[in-house]
Write a protein that binds this ligand. Structure first.
Ligand code: CO8
Length: 258
């Protein structure tokens, strides 16, 4: 069986490329399983600090595989949705950064996968959309919920009920993506854009990520207490001492992640 998700390493950055270009990288069960393995391996790796998920060819992911879904019954659809939701939940709960490198179509489950990542860097050729209503269903990998939290319920409503596709510039304008990069040498541009994160204290990056994700699900008062706990907790780490001493000594910090 060909690798449905290929792996490359760039000094601390693991790149997983979804590799079914003939089907525009549609997520069938096998691809979803390989993607889940990639994410599990990254979570347990001490070598890789950042995971980039991208797609081969002209698509990021053109959604869940419609050939596989067409004959699904209620229970199968529920299991498939839960499997995708579990993967998306893992991406936002792990203590390392995950970035969607959206090189082309990010539709349906592809847009949902990208939204579950901590950052979305898009090629100028990227296209986003939740076209499920055209297929007689609704988003099932978290789209109705994450999209409204990211771009607001009104814009999310419009995108989900019309199934409209938007380009990278519009996605940037509504706050769906963080940054638009040139399509030529997209992966190299993306790796360069991410390098500064590798120089930050990894425990601080993890703390910031988790405080933002967890805090969004809490009332403000509890979210602020969570921030206080996490802020204070970092004062028990070597990285806090190193980061502050390095600033005072006018040198670059060397973080150990301890
Ligand atoms: N599933 C399976 N195959 C696909 C998919 C898909 N989602 N998207 C594209 N393909 C295949 C096409 O069938 C075609 O294969 P073939 O050459 O064998 O006919 C090949 O990819 C190339 O596609 P096109 O010829 O259509 O390429 P175009 O450049 O003309 O068009 C589009 C590109 C606009 C992206 C078009 O392919 C398209 O509209 N694709 C479908 C997009 C879509 O509707 N995605 C949402 C799917 S539903 C979903 O993701 C729900 C997720 C949650 C599931 C919850 C559990 C049930």
């Amino acid at each position: 069986m060909a690798d449905l998700v290929t792996r490359q390493r760039f000094d601390g950055i693991l790149v997983g490329t979804i590799n079914r270009p003939d089907a525009l990288n549609a997520l069938n069960r096998s691809t979803l399983a390989e993607l889940t393995d990639l994410v599990d391996d990254f979570d347990h790796s001490s070598e890789d600090q950042v995971l980039v998920i991208t797609g081969a060819g002209k698509s990021f992911v053109a959604g869940a595989d419609i050939h596989e879904m067409v004959d699904m019954g209620v229970l199968e659809a529920k299991a498939f949705s839960e499997e995708g939701q579990e993967l998306c939940a893992h991406l936002s709960s792990m203590n390392k950064l995950v970035v969607a490198g959206v090189n082309g179509f990010a539709l349906g489950g592809g847009c949902e996968l990208a939204m579950a990542c901590d950052l979305i860097y898009a090629s100028e050729k990227a296209r986003f959309g939740q076209p499920e209503v055209k297929l007689g269903v609704i988003p099932g990998f978290g789209g109705t919920q994450r999209l409204s939290r990211i771009v607001g319920p009104r814009k999310a409503m419009e995108l989900v009920v019309t199934g409209a596709m938007i380009d990278a510039e519009e996605a940037n304008r509504i706050g769906l993506v963080n940054r638009v990069l040139p399509a030529e040498d997209f992966l190299a541009n993306l790796i360069e854009a991410l390098r500064p994160v590798l120089e930050m204290g990894p425990l601080a990056v993890a703390g910031a990520k988790l405080a933002i994700h967890r805090g969004l699900d809490l009332p403000l008062e509890r979210a602020l207490s969570l921030e206080t706990e996490m802020f204070a907790g970092l004062f028990a780490t070597d990285d806090q001492e190193e980061g502050m001493r390095a600033f005072l000594d006018k040198r670059r910090a060397k973080f150990s992640g301890m």
